[in-house]
Design a protein around this ligand. Structure first.
Ligand code: TRP
Length: 333
């Protein structure tokens, strides 16, 4: 028996949003790299999802390239995992239609992300923005994963994917695996460096509040030096030390050290020393990723070869599931 087939399957996707942040890295992507040794993994750039908000085509194109290149630069290995670009596997859109016809308007209407996003993009509340979770369900169900690693903001969408799968199986017969959410052991929720009550986000107006995975060393260290702390002293986890607690989370996620270990390590040290240490540690972690990225992005031909190969590999799996769903619904093959 081929060992590969006995591993549990994992699927996740990331939107090509341009600047991926330290929050994306420590909250999700770093775990993908760990997972690829333990699981049979499929990871995609969710470019179809990106156009639910208006995109400039040339910018979108370069962001899809750079997100795929970044996945490789992080250490995701096309020989271990399937790495592809969503729009290159047409079964995603196709299955999404079948699933749409088996999803209720009311189910979609209560999705909190839709409510938030339609408030934010009031001039473009398109039908795709509304049915986005159905496309996400298709992404997932095509690959029959056991686990789907998602952040808190995507949990509701995963729940809907499970509901859609269960309902489809009940009506038409068994086609889909009902996946579980995967909560990583070391997943970190990284907050803004300027306002630790808010999640770190690249759409934050204050550029000092977030670190990009591809920021250079000096920028990373400068942003950490400027990180907001409170007026007290001592490096320990506390509700009235949200800034320091966030820095401890980041430091812990990079080094693997526990909060207690961090407190001990910095006993007697000031906030300035701690901020510098966190900045340097993060910069050291990101430097090789940036170096890999610069190499990978400069060889477009190789990049294209890899994502086409990835799409072919993905489509072999996706097509099987899609054909099965087609047959069950009554379509002809
Ligand atoms: N919607 C997810 C996000 O915005 C990205 C995504 C698309 C996804 N398809 C998925 C995540 C399938 C997990 C599984 O972050």
């Amino acid at each position: 028996m081929c060992e590969q087939n006995e591993k549990k399957k994992v699927l996740s996707c990331i939107q090509p949003s341009g600047m991926l942040t330290l929050g994306n890295y420590l909250g999700a992507l770093k775990n993908w790299v760990y997972m690829q040794n333990e699981f049979d993994c499929t990871f995609a750039v969710a470019d179809l999802h990106a156009i639910t908000v208006r995109q400039e085509p040339s910018k979108l194109r370069s962001q899809i390239y750079s997100t795929y290149a970044l996945m490789l630069a992080l250490g995701l290995d096309p020989n271990k995992s399937t790495l592809f670009i969503q729009s290159q596997v047409p079964e995603h859109s196709a299955l999404s239609w079948i699933l749409s016809c088996n999803t209720q308007f009311g189910e979609m209407a209560r999705m909190t992300q839709f409510k938030d996003k339609s408030a934010k993009h009031a001039d473009n509340i398109n039908v795709g923005l509304f049915s986005y979770p159905v496309l996400m369900a298709a992404d997932i169900l095509l690959y029959k994963p056991d686990f789907v690693p998602v952040g808190a903001d995507q949990k509701q969408h995963l729940e809907i994917a499970r509901d859609i799968a269960e309902r489809f199986n009940r009506i038409y017969g068994d086609v889909f695996t009902v996946p579980e959410a995967y909560i990583p052991k070391t997943g970190a929720r990284v907050m803004s460096l300027q306002d630790p009550e808010k999640k770190m986000s690249k759409s934050d107006e204050n550029a000092n509040s977030w670190v990009a995975i591809l920021d250079d060393r000096d920028t990373v260290i400068r942003k950490f030096k400027r990180a907001v702390t409170d007026s007290g002293s001592g490096i320990y986890l506390s509700d009235d030390k949200k800034g320091i607690s966030n820095l401890m989370t980041i430091y812990g996620a990079v080094t693997g050290k526990s909060y207690d270990e961090i407190t001990k390590e910095f006993e007697g040290k000031g906030y300035g020393d701690f901020k510098l240490a966190v900045g340097e540690t993060v910069a050291d972690e990101l430097a090789p990723i940036k170096a890999n990225y610069d190499k990978i992005i400069s060889d477009k031909a190789e990049l294209e070869r890899l994502f086409r190969e990835g799409a072919e590999k993905a489509e072999k799996v996706a097509r099987k599931t899609y054909f099965k769903a087609m047959k069950k619904v009554g379509f002809l093959l």
